[in-house]
Design a protein around this ligand. Structure first.
Ligand SMILES: Nc1ncnc2c1ncn2[C@@H]1O[C@H](COP(=O)(O)OP(=O)(O)OP(=O)(O)O)[C@@H](O)[C@H]1O
Ligand SMILES: [Mg+2]
Length: 244
């Protein structure tokens, strides 16, 4: 039994089937890279995992526990498991009126996860982990894109999610800042964090992930090791995508 199991996940928007029969499994401590052409439902998939959208069908299991089953009526609006997953957005989405430190402590404070002083200390540790301790009292608009993204990663880590998801975390960044952010993700992997990364960085997907899933036509058209996907693509769609 895998740590994360997703069976038959589907999602429609006004009758249009964006995701259909998505099946993905992932072991604890592994990185899954999700690749695929624009508009194929990668963001929608991450939003479903984070309960920002409700899947129309499918089952979501984490560590043997069913978090969501579309056929169970009570689950249709359930977001009680939202904290199992964390999401780092493409465009950072830090709260502009708060300092970096306040951005990191806000959610755990609202969730009453500890005393203010403890939460601040934990937040400082996380900021250190992403090399942002010196910017703890800065406001987001004074930071580079790479710094904002690293602060956003610390914020997501503050809730200690079982699976941390990234939606194209580097697509708004130039190559140098991209490398800073990818290094943080590599470091988290060394610490055993389970992650799903939607990415257009094929070099990263190839070298850092344990598993790669290619999303095409709203479903997982191919999934395998980086070598399977990049050296031995099977479908025409993946071969075409890799040529681009
Ligand atoms: N809230 C929504 N309402 C209606 N349609 C939506 C909604 N969210 C996404 N879609 C549609 O679902 C499809 C998949 O979108 P999604 O953003 O998941 O793709 P993507 O693979 O992340 O694309 P990109 O690589 O460009 O980020 C698109 O056709 C999009 O227009
Ligand atoms: Mg997207």
């Amino acid at each position: 039994m895998a740590y994360l199991e997703i069976f038959g996940l589907g999602k429609r928007f006004s009758g249009v089937e964006v995701l259909k029969d998505v099946n993905i499994t992932l072991e604890k401590g592994q990185i899954l890279s999700l690749i695929g052409p624009s508009g194929e439902g990668k963001t929608t998939f991450l939003r479903c995992l984070n309960f920002l959208e409700t899947p129309d069908c499918g089952i979501l299991r984490l560590d043997g526990e069913t978090l969501f089953d579309a056929s169970r009526p009570g689950d249709r609006r359930a977001d009680r498991h939202r904290r199992a997953f964390g999401l780092v957005f493409q465009a950072f989405h830090l709260f502009p009126q708060y300092t970096v430190l306040e951005n990191v402590t806000l959610a755990p404070t609202l969730a009453r996860m500890g005393r203010p002083r403890e939460l601040r200390e934990k937040a400082m540790e996380l900021l250190k982990k992403v090399d942002m301790q010196e910017k703890a009292n800065s406001y987001p608009h004074t930071l580079s894109g790479g710094q904002q993204q690293r602060a956003a990663i610390a914020r997501a880590l503050a809730m200690d999610p079982a699976v941390l998801c990234f939606d194209e975390p580097t697509s708004a960044l130039d190559p140098l800042l991209t490398e800073e952010v990818l290094n943080v993700i590599r470091r988290l992997k060394e610490e055993g964090r389970t992650m799903i990364v939607v990415t257009h960085e094929m070099g990263f997907a190839r070298e850092a992930s344990d598993k790669v899933a290619f999303l095409s036509g709203g479903t997982v058209a191919e999934m395998g090791s980086p070598a399977d996907i990049f050296l031995r693509p099977q479908t025409e769609a993946l071969k075409r995508f890799l040529r681009q």
